[in-house]
Design a protein around this ligand. Structure first.
Ligand SMILES: *Cc1c(COP(=O)(O)O)cnc(C)c1O
Length: 389
């Protein structure tokens, strides 16, 4: 379908069609897996748009077009993982530059900024972005990047995209939003003024826990040029099979997100009223601090729910996490199947305990990635596990 006519269509239509057209040589409706490393040239320098597969591959280009359309972006660029996408952005900074990032964020982002880029002279501070004054105070003359996650991981705090992106712009810094938790169906940060949107496509975009990948979307010609140069020069690219799987995932993204949101809302409300449960973290609960902001900047509240037990100790939390049958205890999120995760020992173990505590991340917090199963079965599973404490 022509991209001009697709521009006016809804996200569900874009998810199915953007970036893809029936294969011109065979008519194949699905984008083929172009399993090739190189492309024939008819004369030196004369080719059909592809020279070498580190630089471009048609299956990857289809996925890039698809993601760009979903994020209201001019450009999409795919990477071999979410952290490779983050890595490419941070590599564009220089020794002496400073990053301000959310203090409640993906543990691997913290590790990358502190442990990989710290020794190269790029410093980073992690702050509570739900308080705009705190962010303003953290910005230094050499702050070049504002790294935003919302909803945050794992406390699902909602932070003000419009205000934070405007603050970065005024400061002359780039704003990058990790949109992995929301997916473009629920939130499109470029529309709120972000310079860059980052995804771990491993999560909701792929949606089936069978592929690892990452992406950056932007409207900036300059950032597109810088990141394309890094893709060519450092080559953290996904293979064509991985791009095909991710493209297959995005086709059903809209209907999956509807179900993730529905199931998560029902579960959050159930947990909130459960005698064994203390605090529930979910943007869809009217009692939750970020609820009003989520209604403004999101089109749904997402599939991630975190909670604490009333009997708030690690033995009880461990018993619950070891007792479910439908929820699988595992890292990651965003797949069709429900997962349960213990941030302190799993996804966020790379953040020092003192910093986790300062950020309000309790060692007894349990995080759920609510899947698309029948919600009554998920609730029964949680109830029988909670019975054990
Ligand atoms: C998983 C994740 C990442 C890292 O992505 P990978 O694909 O695992 O490299 C980054 N940000 C968030 C929010 C994530 O959940």
């Amino acid at each position: 379908m022509k991209s001009e006519s697709l521009n006016k269509m809804g996200l569900g239509t874009k998810a199915v069609h953007a970036g893809q057209a029936p294969d011109p040589t065979t008519g194949a409706v699905m984008t083929p897996i172009y399993q090739t490393s190189t492309y024939a040239q008819s004369a030196p320098g004369v080719h059909k748009g592809h020279e070498y597969a580190r630089v471009t591959n048609p299956t990857r280009s289809a996925l890039e077009g698809n993601l760009a359309a979903l994020e209201s972006a001019k450009y999409g660029m795919c990477f071999s993982s979410g952290v490779a996408a983050t890595d490419a952005i941070v590599r564009c900074l220089r020794p002496g530059d400073h990053i301000v990032a959310s203090n409640d964020l993906y543990g691997g982002t913290y590790r990358l900024m502190r442990q990989v880029f710290g020794p190269f002279g790029i410093t980073s501070d992690f702050v509570d972005m739900s308080d705009l004054d705190v962010v303003k105070k953290a910005m230094k003359p050499n702050t070049k990047l504002l790294w935003i996650e919302t909803p945050t991981n794992p406390l699902v705090r909602v932070v003000d995209l419009q205000a934070l992106c405007a603050m970065a712009r005024t400061h002359g810094a780039t704003s990058a939003v990790d949109n992995t938790f929301a997916s473009p169906i629920l939130q499109r940060p470029l529309e709120w003024g972000a310079d860059l949107v980052v995804h771990s496509t491993t999560k909701y975009l792929g949606g089936h826990s069978d592929v690892v990948g990452g992406a950056v979307c932007t409207n900036s010609d300059e950032w597109h040029e810088k990141l394309r140069f890094l893709i060519k020069s450092s080559g953290a690219v996904p293979g064509p099979m991985d791009c095909f799987l991710t493209l297959r995932g995005t086709k059903t993204l809209q209907i999956r997100m509807e179900r993730h949101c529905h199931n998560a809302q029902v579960i959050a409300e159930h947990l909130e009223n459960h005698p064994k449960v203390g605090k529930v973290y979910y943007p869809g609960l009217p009692s939750f601090a970020g609820h009003e902001l989520a209604k403004k900047q999101m089109d749904g509240f997402g599939g991630m729910v975190s909670f604490l037990l009333k009997n708030d100790n690690i033995e009880a939390a461990t018993r619950v996490m070891s007792s479910t049958h439908v929820f699988t205890l595992a890292e990651s999120l965003g797949g069709v199947e429900s997962l349960m995760n213990h941030p302190a020992t799993m996804t966020h173990a790379s953040i020092p305990a003192a910093e986790r505590k300062a950020a309000g991340l309790s060692d007894t917090l349990i995080r759920l990635s609510v899947g698309i199963e029948d919600v009554k079965d998920l609730i029964a599973d949680l109830d029988q596990a909670l019975e054990k404490v």
